[in-house]
Design a protein around this ligand. Structure first.
Ligand code: 13P
Length: 252
């Protein structure tokens, strides 16, 4: 049985006090969804410590949205994976399309970040996904394959066992336009095939999350698909009720 995961990417939203409130709300409602679903919240760096405190004793886990490509040293403004781990984070989102697009994150950088994440005992949530032009040109399979080959294929078999993939079509992020459940299943199955071509049977165990305008009203249909193991949630993760509501999609 693959892990079921609902992860909230808060992006650059919430002030510390708001983040703590949100985390407390998630903890308070967590019991409405079976323990078989893993909930993860990924706040901004600035309040990771406070949110960690708010999550203490609950089974809601903590992740960061990014980390530095280097271990430590003279890298002004960067946050090392070791620092994130020290705050109680278990996960780090890597390769989100917003980072690729706005901050020029390349495969080369992502390979270094991956190394840091594993060196510090964290689990990467590695994002892949095509933009609208690529989808319309029918290149979405090739784009996802390349994003996986150039980073995930460099992992060891041991590291691969501790990896989460998120498929996030750029055209569905924050647009209110969701991939259909069929579109999600089609590409998730393909991604698993690509993973299997390198890692064999272990690909069966790798959680692949869907991200892009996921909400309580569409989660059940998408999560019902065989190769969809949960969601990476943006906007709807900013309201505890919606975030937990998405988790309920597994129980429908
Ligand atoms: P939305 O859920 O706001 O579309 O964002 C998805 C996303 O980018 C999560 O990482």
């Amino acid at each position: 049985m693959r892990k079921k995961i609902v992860a909230g990417n808060w992006k650059m939203n919430t002030l510390p006090a708001e983040g703590v409130e949100l985390a407390k709300g998630v903890v308070a409602m967590r019991g409405e969804v079976c323990d078989c679903v893993n909930f993860i919240v990924c706040p901004p760096f600035t309040h990771l410590a406070q949110v960690a405190e708010a999550l203490k004793g609950s089974n809601v886990e903590l992740g960061a949205q990014n980390c530095a490509a280097e271990a430590k040293g003279a890298y002004t403004g960067e946050v090392a994976a070791s620092m994130i781990a020290a705050l109680g984070c278990k996960y780090v989102i890597l390769g989100h399309s917003e980072r690729r697009q706005y901050y020029g994150e390349t495969a080369q950088t992502l390979n270094k970040k991956m190394e840091q994440v594993y060196a510090n005992g964290l689990t990467p949530i590695y994002c892949v996904g095509e933009n609208l032009d690529e989808r319309e040109a029918g290149n979405h399979f090739a784009v996802c394959k390349q994003q996986i080959e150039e980073v995930v294929f460099n992992l060891t078999e041991e590291q691969f066992k501790n990896l989460v993939i998120a498929y996030e079509p750029v055209w569905a992020i924050g647009t209110g336009k969701t991939a259909t459940a069929e579109q999600a299943q089609e590409i998730h199955a393909y991604i698993r095939e690509v993973l299997a071509s390198k890692f064999g049977a272990a690909a069966e165990e790798c959680p692949i999350l869907y991200g892009g305008s996921c909400k309580p009203s569409n989660a059940a249909e998408i999560f019902a698909k065989e190769d969809v193991d949960g969601g990476l949630i943006g906007g709807a993760a900013l309201k505890a009720e919606d975030f937990i509501g998405i988790g309920k999609g597994f129980m429908a």
